[in-house]
Design a protein around this ligand. Structure first.
Ligand SMILES: Nc1nc2c(c(=O)[nH]1)N[C@H]1C(S)=C(S)[C@@H](COP(=O)(O)O)O[C@H]1N2
Ligand SMILES: [Mo]
Length: 356
């Protein structure tokens, strides 16, 4: 049965498909630190799952000393933590790859920022106790369905290596922006993985299983892999950390402006350290000028707003480029690394404007 949540039209989101629901955020118009839930992008592989009261009980099983089932209220009584972070689909900006690639043709809006509150996964794993054979932790969602490329019915499921599972900021979230996680955003329980692309943040958690081998579900071994070549799988590697990236929010590309001073602004974000610089070029990348950054230094996983006052006296057509740099030495490249499934597009952001 196809199942859909709420009103059918969300005019403030850009619709890619409704069954399953894939819609993007109007990111160019969001100037708030936190994305209100109604503006959150939505990316679903299957139709929404039908949830029963079981969804309020989260089991941890497999290679553990003791299988435990965590009821919602008990989980909420444990010591909690909150992370403000960028949630970005690894397919964000896919439509910009050249040559074009198949898949949801996301523009810039498969990205949102929320405050997620929950319990550190490692606290729960420590309560269960890990067996020495433990290698990975598998997270299964309630949603399931068919794939176009193989036979069978699959749940959405992904794993984490032990090190990432035990990271202090890997959480089992039960709140988004100060309220219970809305159903559409993956409540009652959602795995939240800062710094990684959002495929890792499994919605509608059904079960957590510690295993003694590498998980080989299709959302791990077929999808969310960078395949550098069109015809073969040589050089493939898994999609993990969010690449350093930025967009110009305003002005929009192909806007006409008058002469004078214009505020050029946008956001920058990264899954590698923090954003240290955003630079703009008005001469096709020959020289770069620094933008002014505005960030919350207490929130290392959040995006950074930036702005630049552009004084333009001469009429004509202009190309404006922006690029972000991170604290690990990373910088947006002039050209994105092409890959067959179109993940991790982060080329220098380019717009054109006409001054008249
Ligand atoms: N259970 C489940 N979790 C999931 C997915 C899904 O289809 N099912 N999609 C993943 C992908 S690819 C992304 S980009 C994000 C989207 O989260 P959102 O719908 O809250 O924006 O959820 C991730 N977690
Ligand atoms: Mo995604």
């Amino acid at each position: 049965m196809e199942y859909y949540v709420g009103e059918l039209s969300r005019p403030y989101l850009r619709t890619l498909s409704l069954m399953p629901e894939n819609q993007e955020t109007p990111i160019h118009f969001l100037k708030t630190w936190i994305t209100p839930e109604k503006y959150f992008y939505r990316r679903n592989h299957f139709s929404y799952p039908m949830l029963s009261p079981h969804a309020f009980f989260l089991p941890i099983t497999g290679e553990v000393k003791q299988t435990l089932i965590f009821p919602y209220c008990y989980l909420k009584s444990l010591s909690s933590k909150s992370v403000t972070m960028v949630l970005e689909c690894s397919g964000n900006k896919r439509s910009r790859f050249s040559p074009r690639v198949y898949g949801e043709q996301w523009e810039d809006g498969a990205i949102s920022q929320g405050v997620w509150k929950g319990v550190a996964l490692r606290d729960l794993l420590n309560m269960s106790g890990l067996n020495s054979a433990a290698v990975e932790v598998v997270f299964e969602g309630y949603d399931y369905g068919k794939r176009t490329d193989m036979e069978g019915i699959f749940h959405y499921a992904r794993s984490l290596p032990m090190e990432k599972a035990m990271h202090q900021d890997t959480i089992i979230a039960y709140e988004l922006n100060g309220k219970s996680i809305p159903y559409a955003q993956g409540g009652p329980f959602r795995l939240i993985i800062p710094q990684w692309y959002a495929m890792a943040s499994v919605k509608w958690l059904k079960q957590i299983t510690v295993i003694d081998h590498n998980f080989d579900g299709p959302f791990q071994t077929v999808d969310y892999i960078y395949y550098p070549h069109k015809e073969d799988d040589i050089g493939k590697k898994p999609v993990t950390n969010i690449k350093t990236d930025s967009i110009i929010q305003q002005p929009l590309s192909y806007t006409t402006l008058d002469t004078g001073v214009h505020n050029i602004n946008g956001i920058a974000w990264t899954g590698y350290g923090t954003i240290t610089d955003v630079e703009l070029s008005f001469d096709e990348g020959t020289t770069w000028k620094r933008a002014k950054l505005r960030k919350d230094t207490n929130q290392q996983y959040a995006w950074t707003f930036w702005e630049y006052q552009w004084n333009v006296e001469e009429e004509g057509e202009y190309t404006i480029m922006c690029r972000a740099k991170d604290s690990t030495g990373g910088v947006q490249p002039l050209e994105a690394e092409w890959n067959r499934k179109g993940y991790g597009y982060n080329a220098v952001y380019t717009i054109k404007v006409k001054v008249e």
